[in-house]
Ligand binder design. Structure first.
Ligand SMILES: Cc1ncc(C[n+]2csc(CCOP(=O)(O)OP(=O)(O)O)c2C)c(N)n1
Ligand SMILES: [Mg+2]
Length: 193
């Protein structure tokens, strides 16, 4: 099992000037490690749509790498995205799923199929250029150059430790994560588009 913030610290070292689209508990994790917040779009609310949004960015900015930190419950809600991404085949697209086995941000309810399905298997069969699965951070860190330099679309499933949020939403401490609409404006300003 992988700690998601430790994982994200490894990815941050490889992002260079790339755009990062985290969602759900991944947004908090990424906020803790990102060194270029003008190029981050934390996607809140639109469950399952982080990869769809990121696909649009990748197609519009083919010279920039785009990295998505999807949730496992979120990806299940929009499995068709795998087929759409594979069809468009953006070479600059890196789709990570944080497979923590639960809907962590809503209290830790188990996702369906967790011990049966293979997200990497589904991505491969949908037609991604490459698909990987890691449950050990050292294994990934030692191959990160190879995996993140490969031509996309690349899919990587990480088996992560759930960080369950159980407090009523109104009682949770502020996350410090930028609202999506602000992040979009900041990214456009940074890219000059
Ligand atoms: C269409 C829709 N249904 C339900 C929700 C409520 N909701 C927000 S986050 C979430 C769970 C997300 O789970 P996952 O993608 O696995 O991310 P994790 O919390 O584990 O990081 C749910 C059910 C929503 N935002 N949109
Ligand atoms: Mg989850």
């Amino acid at each position: 099992m992988i700690n998601q913030v430790d994982l994200m610290a490894v990815v941050e070292k490889h992002r260079n000037n790339g755009v990062v689209v985290p969602t759900m508990t991944g947004s908090r994790g990424w906020n803790a490690v990102s060194n270029n917040k003008d190029r981050d779009i934390p996607l809140g609310g639109a469950m399952g749509k982080a990869s769809s949004f990121a696909l649009g960015v990748a197609l519009a900015q083919p010279d920039l790498k785009v990295f998505v930190f999807d949730g496992d419950g979120s990806l299940l809600m929009n499995l068709g995205t795998l087929v759409t991404v594979a069809e468009k085949a953006p070479k600059n697209f890196y789709h990570f799923v944080l497979e923590n086995g639960v809907y962590a941000v809503t209290g830790g309810q188990p996702i369906p199929g967790v011990d049966k399905l293979s997200f990497a298997g589904m991505a491969k069969e949908a037609g991604y250029a490459a698909a990987y699965e890691f449950d050990d951070l050292e294994d990934f860190a030692s191959r990160a150059d190879e995996v993140l330099e490969a031509e996309g679309p690349v899919f990587i499933c990480f088996k992560t430790t759930p960080e369950i949020q159980n407090e009523p939403i109104g009682l949770r401490p502020a996350s410090g994560v930028k609202p999506t609409r602000v992040a979009i404006k900041d990214l456009m300003a940074d890219l000059g588009v």
